[in-house]
Design a binder for this molecule. Structure first.
Ligand code: SAH
Length: 230
C-alpha cells in the first residue's frame, strides 16, 4: 500500500517541483532585475510575479525565460528584456480603471502584464502569424480583458479611443500623430524613437490639453516599427 502511494506520488511531485523551479526563477527575476533596479510600484511587481513568462517564449528558450535579456520569438522579432517591460509599464502609471493601447503585441507578454493591472488592454500586431499566436495564447491563459488585432499600429485603434496610456514596443522614426490624437487628456505614451541602426531613445509623451510634452528617458534598442505598405 505504501509502495503504491509512493509510486502514485512521484509524477505529482515531479510536476510540483517543475512548477516551483519556474516560480522561484520568476520571483528572483522580480527581485534582482526589477525591485533592486528601482521598479517600486507594487501592482507592477505583483503582475510580474503572476504572469508566467515561460508561457510566452518559444519552447526551446523555456529555460531562458527568466534571464535578463530579450529572446527571439520568430519572424525576426523579440520578446523584450523583462526590465524594459517593467520600466515601460511603471512609467505610464497604470491603474485598475485604465484603458491601455499597446502597439507591437509580439508574444503577448507586455499585454498580459498590463492586463493584470488595468481594466482593458487593446493590442495591435502587424505580423499576422504573431497576432494569431498571441491571440490564441492570451485566450488559452484566460486573459479576458485583452483584445488583439492584426493591423498597422501607426493608426492606433480609433474605435476604442481615447486611451489613458499607450505603450509602443517597436522603434518608430517619429511619434505617429494618430497615436497622440488617441491619447486622453492627461494621458501618457511611452515609445522608442530612432532609426533601427543607431541608438534609439525611449520617449515619454504627456498630453495636457493642446500641449504635448516629450522627454527622453533612456537610450534603448528595439526592433523597427514597420509600416503596412512596406
Ligand atoms: N510587446 C512584445 C514585444 C514585441 S517586439 C512582447 O511583449 O513580446 C515588437 C513587435 O512590434 C513585433 O512583433 C513587430 O512585428 C511589431 N510591430 C512593428 N511595427 C508594427 C506596427 N506598425 N504595428 C503593429 N505592430 C508592429
Amino acid at each position: 500500500m505504501i509502495k503504491l502511494m509512493i509510486i502514485l506520488l512521484i509524477p505529482f511531485l515531479v510536476l510540483l517541483s517543475q512548477e516551483d523551479e519556474y516560480k522561484q526563477a520568476r520571483y528572483e527575476m522580480v527581485k534582482h532585475q526589477m525591485a533592486n533596479r528601482n521598479i517600486n510600484d507594487k501592482s507592477v511587481l505583483d503582475a510580474f510575479r503572476a504572469v508566467k513568462r515561460h508561457e510566452f517564449v518559444p519552447e526551446k528558450f523555456i529555460d531562458n525565460a527568466y534571464e535578463d535579456r530579450p529572446l527571439p520569438i520568430g519572424y525576426g522579432q523579440t520578446i523584450s528584456q523583462p526590465y524594459m517591460v517593467a520600466y515601460m509599464t511603471e512609467i505610464i502609471k497604470p491603474d485598475e480603471n485604465h484603458k491601455v493601447l499597446e502597439i507591437g503585441t509580439g508574444s503577448g507578454y507586455q499585454a498580459a502584464i498590463l492586463a493584470k493591472i488595468v481594466k482593458e488592454v487593446y493590442t495591435i500586431e502587424i505580423i499576422e502569424e504573431l497576432e494569431n499566436e498571441a491571440g490564441k495564447r492570451l485566450k488559452d491563459l484566460d486573459f479576458e480583458n485583452v483584445s488583439v488585432k492584426n493591423a498597422d499600429g501607426y493608426y492606433g485603434w480609433q474605435e476604442h479611443a481615447p486611451f489613458d496610456a499607450i505603450v509602443v514596443t517597436a522603434a518608430a522614426e517619429y511619434i505617429p500623430p494618430p497615436l497622440i490624437k488617441q491619447l486622453k487628456d492627461g494621458g501618457k505614451m511611452i515609445i522608442p524613437v530612432g532609426s533601427p541602426f543607431f541608438t534609439q531613445r525611449l520617449m515619454l509623451v504627456e498630453k495636457n490639453g493642446e500641449e504635448t510634452k516629450t522627454k527622453s528617458v533612456m537610450p534603448v534598442r528595439f526592433v523597427p516599427f514597420t509600416r503596412g505598405n512596406e
